[in-house]
Design a protein around this ligand. Structure first.
Ligand SMILES: NC(=O)c1ccc[n+]([C@@H]2O[C@H](COP(=O)([O-])OP(=O)(O)OC[C@H]3O[C@@H](n4cnc5c(N)ncnc54)[C@H](OP(=O)(O)O)[C@@H]3O)[C@@H](O)[C@H]2O)c1
Length: 283
Protein backbone atom coordinates (compact mmCIF):
# COMPACT_ATOMS: atom_id res chain seq x y z
CA UNK A 1 0.00 0.00 0.00
CA UNK A 2 1.31 3.42 -0.98
CA UNK A 3 1.70 5.85 1.90
CA UNK A 4 1.98 9.57 2.45
CA UNK A 5 4.31 11.12 4.98
CA UNK A 6 2.59 13.55 7.34
CA UNK A 7 4.25 16.75 8.58
CA UNK A 8 5.55 14.97 11.69
CA UNK A 9 7.06 12.05 9.74
CA UNK A 10 4.22 9.60 10.51
CA UNK A 11 3.22 7.53 7.49
CA UNK A 12 -0.44 7.18 6.52
CA UNK A 13 -1.87 4.83 3.87
CA UNK A 14 -3.07 6.63 0.76
CA UNK A 15 -6.24 4.55 0.58
CA UNK A 16 -8.46 3.57 3.48
CA UNK A 17 -11.90 2.46 4.51
CA UNK A 18 -14.66 4.63 5.99
CA UNK A 19 -17.60 3.53 8.12
CA UNK A 20 -19.90 6.56 8.24
CA UNK A 21 -23.60 5.57 8.33
CA UNK A 22 -22.83 1.92 9.06
CA UNK A 23 -24.93 1.93 12.20
CA UNK A 24 -25.63 -1.80 12.28
CA UNK A 25 -22.69 -2.92 14.41
CA UNK A 26 -22.64 -6.47 13.06
CA UNK A 27 -22.52 -5.15 9.52
CA UNK A 28 -19.85 -2.64 10.48
CA UNK A 29 -17.65 -5.31 12.06
CA UNK A 30 -18.06 -7.62 9.05
CA UNK A 31 -17.28 -4.83 6.59
CA UNK A 32 -14.16 -3.79 8.47
CA UNK A 33 -13.03 -7.42 8.67
CA UNK A 34 -13.55 -7.78 4.92
CA UNK A 35 -11.65 -4.55 4.34
CA UNK A 36 -8.73 -5.71 6.47
CA UNK A 37 -8.68 -9.10 4.73
CA UNK A 38 -8.68 -7.28 1.39
CA UNK A 39 -5.61 -5.31 2.42
CA UNK A 40 -6.89 -1.95 3.68
CA UNK A 41 -4.79 -0.69 6.59
CA UNK A 42 -6.43 2.69 7.20
CA UNK A 43 -9.78 2.77 9.01
CA UNK A 44 -11.84 5.93 9.42
CA UNK A 45 -14.46 6.18 12.13
CA UNK A 46 -15.71 8.87 14.55
CA UNK A 47 -17.30 9.06 17.98
CA UNK A 48 -20.50 10.35 16.40
CA UNK A 49 -20.74 7.33 14.05
CA UNK A 50 -21.33 5.24 17.18
CA UNK A 51 -19.55 2.25 15.67
CA UNK A 52 -16.06 2.48 17.17
CA UNK A 53 -16.73 -0.69 19.18
CA UNK A 54 -17.40 -2.67 16.01
CA UNK A 55 -14.27 -1.27 14.37
CA UNK A 56 -12.20 -2.22 17.42
CA UNK A 57 -13.62 -5.74 17.49
CA UNK A 58 -12.83 -6.24 13.81
CA UNK A 59 -9.26 -5.03 14.33
CA UNK A 60 -8.81 -7.53 17.17
CA UNK A 61 -10.47 -10.39 15.33
CA UNK A 62 -8.43 -9.78 12.17
CA UNK A 63 -5.29 -10.90 14.00
CA UNK A 64 -3.35 -8.17 12.22
CA UNK A 65 -0.86 -6.49 14.59
CA UNK A 66 -2.29 -3.23 15.86
CA UNK A 67 0.75 -1.25 14.68
CA UNK A 68 0.07 -2.30 11.08
CA UNK A 69 -3.35 -0.62 11.13
CA UNK A 70 -3.80 3.14 10.98
CA UNK A 71 -6.91 4.13 12.95
CA UNK A 72 -8.56 7.53 12.62
CA UNK A 73 -11.33 8.74 14.90
CA UNK A 74 -12.82 12.16 15.60
CA UNK A 75 -14.18 14.29 18.40
CA UNK A 76 -17.70 15.62 17.85
CA UNK A 77 -18.99 19.19 18.38
CA UNK A 78 -20.68 18.39 21.71
CA UNK A 79 -17.31 17.25 23.09
CA UNK A 80 -15.17 20.19 22.07
CA UNK A 81 -13.21 22.03 24.75
CA UNK A 82 -10.15 20.90 26.72
CA UNK A 83 -11.67 18.57 29.32
CA UNK A 84 -14.45 17.18 27.16
CA UNK A 85 -12.08 16.34 24.35
CA UNK A 86 -9.85 14.41 26.74
CA UNK A 87 -12.92 12.51 27.97
CA UNK A 88 -14.08 11.85 24.42
CA UNK A 89 -10.62 10.56 23.56
CA UNK A 90 -10.70 8.11 26.49
CA UNK A 91 -14.15 6.88 25.40
CA UNK A 92 -12.87 6.36 21.86
CA UNK A 93 -9.83 4.45 23.11
CA UNK A 94 -12.02 2.19 25.22
CA UNK A 95 -14.49 1.53 22.41
CA UNK A 96 -11.76 0.86 19.89
CA UNK A 97 -9.98 -1.40 22.39
CA UNK A 98 -6.65 0.28 21.81
CA UNK A 99 -4.24 2.35 23.86
CA UNK A 100 -3.40 4.89 21.16
CA UNK A 101 -4.97 6.51 18.10
CA UNK A 102 -3.04 7.05 14.88
CA UNK A 103 -4.95 10.13 13.79
CA UNK A 104 -7.36 12.10 15.96
CA UNK A 105 -9.40 14.80 14.22
CA UNK A 106 -11.63 17.66 15.26
CA UNK A 107 -14.72 16.58 13.33
CA UNK A 108 -16.34 19.97 12.71
CA UNK A 109 -15.17 23.58 12.73
CA UNK A 110 -17.63 24.39 15.53
CA UNK A 111 -17.56 24.68 19.29
CA UNK A 112 -14.46 25.24 21.41
CA UNK A 113 -12.02 23.90 18.85
CA UNK A 114 -9.09 25.75 20.44
CA UNK A 115 -9.71 24.02 23.76
CA UNK A 116 -9.91 20.71 21.89
CA UNK A 117 -6.67 21.41 20.09
CA UNK A 118 -4.78 22.11 23.33
CA UNK A 119 -6.02 18.76 24.71
CA UNK A 120 -4.98 17.04 21.50
CA UNK A 121 -1.55 18.69 21.59
CA UNK A 122 -1.09 17.38 25.13
CA UNK A 123 -2.25 13.86 24.21
CA UNK A 124 0.06 13.95 21.20
CA UNK A 125 3.01 14.96 23.37
CA UNK A 126 2.15 12.15 25.79
CA UNK A 127 2.40 9.71 22.87
CA UNK A 128 -1.27 8.72 22.96
CA UNK A 129 -1.97 10.05 19.46
CA UNK A 130 0.48 9.73 16.56
CA UNK A 131 -0.93 12.66 14.58
CA UNK A 132 -3.59 15.32 15.11
CA UNK A 133 -5.70 17.08 12.55
CA UNK A 134 -8.95 18.72 11.61
CA UNK A 135 -11.92 18.04 9.38
CA UNK A 136 -14.23 20.34 7.45
CA UNK A 137 -12.07 23.37 8.18
CA UNK A 138 -12.07 25.93 5.37
CA UNK A 139 -8.81 27.68 4.62
CA UNK A 140 -9.54 30.76 6.73
CA UNK A 141 -9.94 28.59 9.81
CA UNK A 142 -6.92 26.50 8.90
CA UNK A 143 -4.65 29.54 8.67
CA UNK A 144 -6.00 30.93 11.94
CA UNK A 145 -5.27 27.57 13.56
CA UNK A 146 -1.75 27.57 12.20
CA UNK A 147 -1.12 31.10 13.44
CA UNK A 148 -2.54 30.58 16.92
CA UNK A 149 -1.48 27.08 17.89
CA UNK A 150 1.79 25.35 18.59
CA UNK A 151 1.22 22.26 16.46
CA UNK A 152 0.15 22.53 12.82
CA UNK A 153 -2.61 20.07 11.87
CA UNK A 154 -1.23 17.03 10.05
CA UNK A 155 -4.42 16.43 8.05
CA UNK A 156 -7.56 18.22 6.93
CA UNK A 157 -10.31 15.76 6.00
CA UNK A 158 -12.76 17.49 3.66
CA UNK A 159 -15.45 16.66 1.13
CA UNK A 160 -13.52 16.00 -2.10
CA UNK A 161 -14.76 14.23 -5.22
CA UNK A 162 -14.95 14.83 -8.99
CA UNK A 163 -17.69 17.46 -8.54
CA UNK A 164 -15.81 19.26 -5.76
CA UNK A 165 -12.17 18.81 -6.64
CA UNK A 166 -10.59 21.33 -4.23
CA UNK A 167 -7.57 22.04 -6.42
CA UNK A 168 -6.87 25.43 -4.81
CA UNK A 169 -7.49 24.15 -1.30
CA UNK A 170 -5.21 21.21 -1.99
CA UNK A 171 -2.42 23.62 -3.01
CA UNK A 172 -3.05 25.80 0.03
CA UNK A 173 -2.92 22.82 2.39
CA UNK A 174 0.16 21.42 0.69
CA UNK A 175 1.93 24.77 0.97
CA UNK A 176 1.21 24.70 4.68
CA UNK A 177 2.37 21.11 5.18
CA UNK A 178 -1.12 19.71 5.70
CA UNK A 179 -2.24 16.47 4.07
CA UNK A 180 -5.57 16.63 2.28
CA UNK A 181 -7.88 13.68 2.88
CA UNK A 182 -11.08 13.18 0.88
CA UNK A 183 -14.32 12.24 2.54
CA UNK A 184 -17.21 11.28 0.30
CA UNK A 185 -14.96 10.33 -2.63
CA UNK A 186 -18.07 9.18 -4.52
CA UNK A 187 -20.21 12.08 -3.25
CA UNK A 188 -22.19 9.20 -1.73
CA UNK A 189 -23.47 8.47 -5.26
CA UNK A 190 -25.07 11.91 -5.65
CA UNK A 191 -25.46 13.68 -9.00
CA UNK A 192 -25.37 10.32 -10.82
CA UNK A 193 -21.66 9.99 -10.21
CA UNK A 194 -21.50 6.25 -10.93
CA UNK A 195 -23.27 6.83 -14.27
CA UNK A 196 -21.13 9.78 -15.30
CA UNK A 197 -20.29 9.31 -19.01
CA UNK A 198 -16.90 10.99 -18.82
CA UNK A 199 -15.73 8.83 -15.91
CA UNK A 200 -17.22 5.74 -17.57
CA UNK A 201 -15.33 6.40 -20.80
CA UNK A 202 -12.03 6.78 -18.97
CA UNK A 203 -12.70 3.58 -17.03
CA UNK A 204 -13.47 1.69 -20.21
CA UNK A 205 -9.96 2.32 -21.54
CA UNK A 206 -8.46 0.51 -18.57
CA UNK A 207 -11.20 -2.03 -17.86
CA UNK A 208 -11.98 -0.17 -14.62
CA UNK A 209 -15.20 1.01 -12.99
CA UNK A 210 -16.17 4.62 -12.30
CA UNK A 211 -15.42 4.03 -8.60
CA UNK A 212 -11.92 2.83 -9.44
CA UNK A 213 -11.28 5.79 -11.75
CA UNK A 214 -12.32 8.20 -8.99
CA UNK A 215 -10.13 6.57 -6.37
CA UNK A 216 -7.20 6.37 -8.78
CA UNK A 217 -7.67 10.04 -9.70
CA UNK A 218 -7.72 11.09 -6.04
CA UNK A 219 -4.75 9.01 -4.92
CA UNK A 220 -2.73 9.90 -8.02
CA UNK A 221 -3.17 13.55 -6.98
CA UNK A 222 -1.84 12.65 -3.54
CA UNK A 223 -5.25 12.89 -1.87
CA UNK A 224 -5.90 10.26 0.80
CA UNK A 225 -9.25 8.57 0.11
CA UNK A 226 -11.49 6.56 2.44
CA UNK A 227 -14.39 5.08 0.45
CA UNK A 228 -17.19 3.36 2.32
CA UNK A 229 -19.00 0.19 1.30
CA UNK A 230 -20.73 -2.63 3.11
CA UNK A 231 -20.56 -4.95 0.08
CA UNK A 232 -17.65 -7.31 -0.29
CA UNK A 233 -17.36 -7.02 -4.07
CA UNK A 234 -17.23 -3.24 -3.85
CA UNK A 235 -14.77 -3.28 -0.95
CA UNK A 236 -12.47 -5.37 -3.14
CA UNK A 237 -13.19 -3.28 -6.26
CA UNK A 238 -12.36 -0.05 -4.44
CA UNK A 239 -9.02 -1.48 -3.33
CA UNK A 240 -7.88 -2.53 -6.81
CA UNK A 241 -6.73 0.81 -8.09
CA UNK A 242 -2.95 0.58 -8.03
CA UNK A 243 -2.53 -1.51 -11.19
CA UNK A 244 -3.28 1.28 -13.66
CA UNK A 245 -2.29 4.88 -14.22
CA UNK A 246 -4.34 7.82 -15.46
CA UNK A 247 -2.64 9.96 -18.11
CA UNK A 248 -2.27 13.73 -17.85
CA UNK A 249 -5.00 13.94 -20.47
CA UNK A 250 -7.34 11.78 -18.33
CA UNK A 251 -6.60 14.04 -15.36
CA UNK A 252 -7.39 17.15 -17.44
CA UNK A 253 -10.65 15.62 -18.67
CA UNK A 254 -11.72 14.82 -15.11
CA UNK A 255 -10.90 18.39 -14.19
CA UNK A 256 -13.59 19.53 -16.62
CA UNK A 257 -16.40 18.00 -14.55
CA UNK A 258 -15.56 19.99 -11.41
CA UNK A 259 -18.64 21.90 -10.27
CA UNK A 260 -16.82 23.40 -7.32
CA UNK A 261 -19.85 22.94 -5.13
CA UNK A 262 -20.71 20.96 -2.03
CA UNK A 263 -23.32 18.21 -2.15
CA UNK A 264 -23.58 18.13 1.63
CA UNK A 265 -22.73 21.10 3.85
CA UNK A 266 -21.50 24.61 3.39
CA UNK A 267 -19.70 25.13 6.68
CA UNK A 268 -20.02 28.91 6.34
CA UNK A 269 -23.78 28.59 6.41
CA UNK A 270 -25.16 29.36 9.92
CA UNK A 271 -27.74 26.62 9.37
CA UNK A 272 -24.93 24.05 9.12
CA UNK A 273 -23.60 25.04 12.55
CA UNK A 274 -27.09 24.78 14.02
CA UNK A 275 -27.68 21.40 12.36
CA UNK A 276 -24.41 19.96 13.61
CA UNK A 277 -24.94 21.29 17.11
CA UNK A 278 -28.29 19.50 17.21
CA UNK A 279 -26.64 16.11 16.65
CA UNK A 280 -26.15 14.58 20.08
CA UNK A 281 -25.21 11.08 21.20
CA UNK A 282 -24.30 9.25 24.35
CA UNK A 283 -20.51 8.98 24.45
N1 LIG B 1 -15.28 14.17 8.28
C1 LIG B 1 -16.52 14.16 7.87
O1 LIG B 1 -17.31 15.07 8.17
C2 LIG B 1 -17.01 13.03 7.02
C3 LIG B 1 -18.22 13.13 6.36
C4 LIG B 1 -18.63 12.05 5.56
C5 LIG B 1 -17.82 10.95 5.44
N2 LIG B 1 -16.64 10.86 6.12
C6 LIG B 1 -15.76 9.66 6.00
O2 LIG B 1 -15.54 9.38 4.60
C7 LIG B 1 -15.99 8.07 4.33
C8 LIG B 1 -16.51 7.96 2.90
O3 LIG B 1 -17.55 8.86 2.66
P1 LIG B 1 -19.09 8.45 2.61
O4 LIG B 1 -19.29 7.18 3.33
O5 LIG B 1 -19.86 9.61 3.08
O6 LIG B 1 -19.42 8.28 1.07
P2 LIG B 1 -18.73 7.65 -0.22
O7 LIG B 1 -17.60 6.77 0.14
O8 LIG B 1 -18.53 8.76 -1.19
O9 LIG B 1 -19.92 6.78 -0.82
C9 LIG B 1 -20.44 5.67 -0.19
C10 LIG B 1 -21.61 5.19 -1.05
O10 LIG B 1 -21.14 4.66 -2.29
C11 LIG B 1 -21.55 3.29 -2.43
N3 LIG B 1 -20.41 2.58 -3.05
C12 LIG B 1 -19.22 2.29 -2.50
N4 LIG B 1 -18.42 1.70 -3.38
C13 LIG B 1 -19.09 1.60 -4.53
C14 LIG B 1 -18.79 1.06 -5.81
N5 LIG B 1 -17.60 0.53 -6.07
N6 LIG B 1 -19.76 1.12 -6.77
C15 LIG B 1 -20.97 1.66 -6.52
N7 LIG B 1 -21.33 2.18 -5.31
C16 LIG B 1 -20.38 2.16 -4.33
C17 LIG B 1 -21.87 2.81 -1.04
O11 LIG B 1 -22.89 1.83 -1.04
P3 LIG B 1 -22.67 0.38 -0.35
O12 LIG B 1 -22.18 0.59 1.05
O13 LIG B 1 -24.05 -0.22 -0.42
O14 LIG B 1 -21.69 -0.34 -1.23
C18 LIG B 1 -22.39 4.09 -0.37
O15 LIG B 1 -23.76 4.29 -0.72
C19 LIG B 1 -17.06 7.82 5.41
O16 LIG B 1 -17.41 6.47 5.55
C20 LIG B 1 -16.39 8.42 6.61
O17 LIG B 1 -15.42 7.56 7.15
C21 LIG B 1 -16.23 11.90 6.89
Amino acid sequence: MEKVKLNNGVEMPLLGFGVFQVSDLKECKESVLTALETGYRLLDTAAVYENETAVGEAVKESGIPREEIFITTKVWVQDTGYEKTKESFIHSLRKLGTDYIDLFLIHMPYGDVYGSWRAMEDLYKEGKIRAIGVSNFYNDRVIDFILHNEIIPAVNQIETHPFLQNEETHKFLENNGIQIESWGPFAEGKNGIFRNEILKAIGKKYGKSVAQVILRWLTQRGVVAIPKSVRKERIVENFNIFDFHLTDEDMQIIRSIDMNQTFFNDYNDPEAAIRMDAIRFIP
